[in-house]
Design a protein around this ligand. Structure first.
Ligand code: FES
Length: 280
């Protein structure tokens, strides 16, 4: 069993938990994910690792309630435990293998949308710990929906919050903030965008136009996270990939987002049905 040491609800429908999982904490790297299971018959839920403490042996996960299983998971409290907590899975972010000195010469931009700020955070933190400071844009609908603000500010070179309703930070979508930063003379060598599929699609359309290579995380389309269900199958250029085993990170300019979003919709319907059943 994997004990939950802390359970918080930092924003509406968004939950953060610290879980005791020393083996995962010892071996994980930014970009990787875990699969959690609440009980023997529970659904397998893939979640990107938001933070880890190797000494304390803990992993931080952040999730948004989107269906029956995540709704049930939101009810777990500190002291409860997960039946399974498998990981680390997936490939670490590519920069982990790059030479630190050449990373320091790059101008990197990270873009997180909504709960996508959670998987962006360990990447920015890892880079900061290795002496690489990057720019970070985090977007949400309103100020209340922004998560991990203090944490992100502590590790980002520059932190730019954006809200759709203009209540805080830059007023508007993350794409308008990217345009603004580029107009102001920021020549980014690479962009990493993680968030809702539609956000990643529009960030990629923009960065393609601006000539900024872009990495995206296709975690949102994963279902079982083992390469068995086929739900995360996607086209990356001419190649067919599975987000859970070949990714989750891919060249965003090559990802067929329309196909991936169609597939995601299909599963949403099933999640919706399961949620209705839970509420009966
Ligand atoms: Fe099922 Fe990747 S999530 S095959």
């Amino acid at each position: 069993m994997y004990k939950i040491l802390k359970a918080e609800n930092p924003a509406d429908k968004i939950y953060l938990m610290d879980v005791e999982a020393p083996r995962v904490a010892r071996h994980c790297a930014p970009g990787q994910f875990v699969i959690v299971k609440m009980d023997e018959k529970g659904e397998r839920i893939p979640l990107t690792i938001c933070d880890y403490d190797r000494e304390a042996g803990t992993i931080t996960i952040v999730f948004q309630t989107v269906g029956a299983s995540t709704e049930k998971m939101a009810g777990l409290k500190a002291g409860d435990a997960f039946r399974d907590f498998t990981g680390p899975l997936g490939c670490p972010s590519e920069f982990v293998y790059e030479d630190i000195e050449s990373l320091k010469k790059k101008k990197m931009l990270f873009v997180g949308g909504g709960v996508g700020a959670a998987p962006v955070y360990p990447q920015v933190k890892w880079l900061h710990e290795h002496g690489v400071d990057v720019d970070v844009i985090v977007g949400s609908k309103t100020k209340d929906m922004l998560i991990l603000e203090g944490e992100m500010e502590a590790v980002a070179g520059n932190y730019y919050p954006c809200t759709d309703d203009g209540t805080y930070g830059h007023a508007g979508m993350v794409t308008t903030k990217i345009e603004k930063l580029v107009e102001e003379g920021n020549n980014y060598d690479v962009c990493v965008a993680i968030g809702p599929m539609i956000m990643m699609k529009f960030v990629c359309l923009l960065t393609k136009k601006l000539g900024i290579p872009t990495i995206v995380s296709m975690n949102p389309i994963m279902v079982d996270g083992t390469g068995m269900c086929g739900a995360c199958r996607l086209h990356v250029g001419e190649d067919i990939k599975f987000a859970c085993v070949d990714g989750p990170e891919f060249d965003g300019h090559l990802v067929n987002f329309d196909e991936a979003m169609k597939r995601q919709q299909m599963y949403k319907t099933q999640e919706g049905r399961a949620l209705l059943k839970l509420q009966e």
